[in-house]
Each structure stands twice: as C-alpha cells, then as structure tokens.
Design a protein around this ligand. Structure first.
Ligand code: C5P
Length: 212
C-alpha cells in the first residue's frame, strides 16, 4: 500500500500522514525534511555531490551520517528549503531517494509532488487544502511563537514559489481526493482519510479473491 499526501505548507499533511501510518502499520516519510536537509547542507558548504541523506525507520534524518532531525524545522530553513526545491538537480536526487524508499515497502509519503511525480501509481492520493490564516495559526501553535501576519506572508511566498516553479509544481494529481481542512476537527480529517484507505484495502482484497 502506497499513500501519497500532498498540499501546501502547514496544511496538516504530517499529522494526517503519521496518524494513517500508525493506524495501518505503514512507514511514514516526510519528504520536506529531505529538502530541508539539503538546504542545511548547502548552508554548511557541502556540495550536492557530497550530500548523503539517510532516513531511518524511526523517522530520523541523517545528513552525512549525522542526525539533523531536530534542527530542520526552523524559519530560516522554511525559506531556504523552498528555494533549493526549485533546482532540478536537487529534485532529481531526492525523487530517486524517495522512490527507493517506497520500493522497499508500504509507505505513507507526504510532500508537494508525491501524487504527481514521485509515486504516480500510489494506491491513494490525498491533497489537503486549508486557508492561509488557518495554516498560519497552526504553524504558530506548533512552534509556540510567531507573528500571525508575518507567518501568513511567509506561507504565501512559499506557496507561490512551490506552485509556480517549472519542475514538479505543487498541484493535486488528477486522481487525488481533495480534503478541505478549514474548520474541520482533525479527528474528522483523519477519519475521512482512513475510510479511503479501508475502502481501497477492501477493493484490493476483493480483487485478489475474485482473480480468475
Ligand atoms: O513540507 P516542508 O515545509 O517541510 O517542506 C520544505 C520545503 O520543501 C517546501 O517549502 C517545499 O518547497 C519543498 N518540498 C518540495 N517537494 C516535496 C516536499 C517539500 O518541493 N515533496
């Protein structure tokens, strides 16, 4: 089972992805953290050809063997990762890494281009949508700080860069289910997505039973 979750920054992808992974015993991979790790590496003067990123089963991100997971979610790397994500050579490297992970087993993968580019054959594709105000409030709750207007402006500029870039722009796959999460309790979003997964699992089981 491969599940692709896409959507703009702070749209709730990670919370949903982790919940589905736990419920259905799947591996969870946040691809945004890989772009953040590349931005961090560039900051430290490491060239792309010298960058090695490993993602452990326990969701730890190793940059050239060093665990950098806890330093990836800063506002500085919000901005820098969104800039490095426009570079084709960076995307090629990371898409290859992401597909290698997915080839090794069942996975819930979240990002911006999972349903469109990384896993176009995913069993389920979900695209989350939420207003800028709602997303900015969530980001402030997550980080415990921040000015609403400033965070909104940052989200708008990252969204613009993500959806206007030439390669793998942010957009829902044609066969994605769009879930709007504004004013929807998280429990409801998770339950909607879980139902999609259960339906799909039933279809797969039915097809296996009725083969030939
Ligand atoms: O999801 P997160 O905010 O951690 O992602 C950091 C940045 O990486 C995003 O702003 C986006 O530009 C980029 N990204 C991407 N494709 C992905 C995941 C993230 O371009 N699959």
């Amino acid at each position: 089972m491969k599940i692709a979750i896409d959507g703009s920054a702070a749209s709730g992808k990670t919370t949903l992805g982790r919940a589905l992974a736990e419920q259905f015993h799947l591996r969870f991979v946040e691809t945004g953290k890989m772009y953040r790790a590349v931005a961090l590496a560039f900051d430290r003067g490491i060239e792309l050809s010298q960058i090695d990123i490993q993602v452990t089963q326990g969701e730890r991100f190793l940059l050239n063997g060093v665990d950098v997971t806890d330093v990836l979610h800063t506002r500085d790397l919000d901005e820098k990762s969104s800039k490095v994500a426009t570079r084709s050579e960076v995307r090629e490297r990371l898409v290859e890494l992401q597909r290698n992970i997915a080839d090794r087993g069942d996975v819930v993968m979240e990002g911006r281009d999972i349903g469109t580019v990384v896993l176009p054959d995913a069993d389920i594709k979900i695209y989350l949508e939420a207003s800028t105000g709602e997303r900015a409030r969530r980001r402030i709750d997550q980080r415990g700080e921040g000015d609403l207007r400033k965070i909104e402006q940052e989200l708008i500029s990252r969204d613009k860069r993500d959806s206007e870039r030439a390669i793998a722009p942010l957009k829902p796959a044609a066969d994605a289910t769009i879930i709007k999460t504004d004013q929807k309790p998280l429990k409801e979003v998770i339950s909607e997505a879980s139902n999609l997964v259960r339906d799909r699992l039933e279809d797969v089981a039915w097809a296996a039973e009725n083969r030939d």
